[in-house]
Design a protein around this ligand. Sequence first.
Ligand code: FES
Length: 139
Amino acid sequence: MDRRSWIRSIVTLLGVTGSAIGLHTFLSPNRPTSSRTYRVGRLDQVFSQGASTTVHLDGKPVLLVRRTEDVIAFDLTCTHAGCPLIFNAKGGRITCACHGGAFDINGKPVAGPPTVPLTRYTCDFDNGDLIVHIAGAMS
Ligand code: FES
């Protein structure tokens, strides 16, 4: 292989590699860069109005539901097209007014167009305070 052919091969290889990296970046969804931990407050104060409440953490509406043994937390954003969701405690459903979507208390889609479950966040306790971990929070 002469010098000119060798240089042409290297340039072609670099071009193909750069295009592949650019294509991968373009096609890949935004990935979370970090997560955050929120100390929401004393359990009795957080749920002073009942067994469920909505708080805003990292700019996201988050549904907190107190159960016998634990607390569950969901992002109250519809997984179909991003509309805000409403929790109906009486019916035990999380509903979306945009296209009639509904989720059960476990975040599983049960009606309408959504097929992806709600994003659920991990909760734990520290000295009586409720702690919520928002995975994928952008820093
Ligand atoms: S955005 Fe919620 S059902 Fe379409």
